[in-house]
Design a protein around this ligand. Sequence first.
Ligand SMILES: Cc1cc2nc3c(=O)[nH]c(=O)nc-3n(C[C@H](O)[C@H](O)[C@H](O)COP(=O)(O)OP(=O)(O)OC[C@H]3O[C@@H](n4cnc5c(N)ncnc54)[C@H](O)[C@@H]3O)c2cc1C
Length: 344
Amino acid sequence: MYDVIVIGAGPTGAAAAKALADSGLKILIVERMKLPRYKSCSGVLIKKSMDLVNQYFGKDVPASAMCTPTDNHGMILTDDKGKEYVFEQEGLNVWRSSFDNWLTQNAAEAGAELRDCTSAITCEQSADHITLRLHSDKTYTEQARYVIDCEGVTSVIKRKALGTSPEFITTFQTFNEGNVKLDPHYFYAYLQPELSEYDAWFNVKDEMLVLGVAVRDTSKMPHYYDNFIRYMTEEHGLAITKTMKKECWLMPRIRSGCNIDYGIGRLFFAGEAAGFLNPMGEGISAGMESGHAVALSVIEHFEAPASVLNDYKKRTEMLRVYMRRQWHFAAGMSETFGEMRASL
Ligand SMILES: Cc1cc2nc3c(=O)[nH]c(=O)nc-3n(C[C@H](O)[C@H](O)[C@H](O)COP(=O)(O)OP(=O)(O)OC[C@H]3O[C@@H](n4cnc5c(N)ncnc54)[C@H](O)[C@@H]3O)c2cc1C
């Protein structure tokens, strides 16, 4: 019997597992991919994420997790009318595989047992524990007093437990060799409706030009991506000489009110699985903060699942206010996010 099983070795699961292991509880982390695992991402750690890493892991992000240019200077946002805004902020440029693996190894060093290539399939709740069905080279079960589901956007366990079907935004991004007349130290986001159904973005990672668009209707992806490439060529002198990689991923679609699924019984959700995600796809800070918060709630109210739930809600109240404010701000920048005006 584990005290807590954490599903998913992303920033959310790592932050939860580190706090739980530090408190001396018996923890198992299960991750369906082989570590270090790939995650499609712009890999921008905003200042808040950098501070949370320091606070929860007691260390700075190591150089081995970074890509060039290592320093991110903030975001340059173009609104739906084509007006540009510069938001200066200290940040870092990381590869998610190395960054997330480093976080997870820190949790393991604190005492959490780690099993990669292991998927959580179903969970069954009893009065005083949860039975989790896992699959690696065989299917078997493990038991725990609590399960913290940090599965990210796909959240199979959450969907089965709540019977809900989440809405997704599909992202498409390419990694290219070439040139562009933009400062590589910034993350660029574009909200013009002709460029995407959500946002379009550009940043630089190890000299590769990363260009992406987000859509609701996947059949329109090539149309928006072509528009975006044409726009970047005309406005910023983009010249691609070689496309090295193309990838599609998912993000949760956040709706007005920024509803969060906190948990049910002894099963709790954190990070993207719970619905925490800020505009322009910034989710690492909210993931780590919610993962850490639910861990502290479990530690403090170990014998009372209902108190864990209430305490988790309280601990993440400010995080939710922050998230609502951010989405409300995005609504002021683009009609795409118009419904989020009601978020405050
Ligand atoms: C294109 C793109 C760009 C982004 N750019 C940024 C950015 O620059 N900065 C930023 O802050 N955020 C960014 N994000 C958002 C960020 O990646 C996510 O919000 C963040 O990864 C959420 O962390 P998480 O730990 O909740 O989930 P994840 O990082 O997705 O981790 C979940 C883990 O759970 C594992 N898992 C899933 N199901 C199971 C299962 N059943 N059993 C076992 N393991 C399972 C997965 O393999 C995964 O490793 C971006 C997202 C996208 C799609």
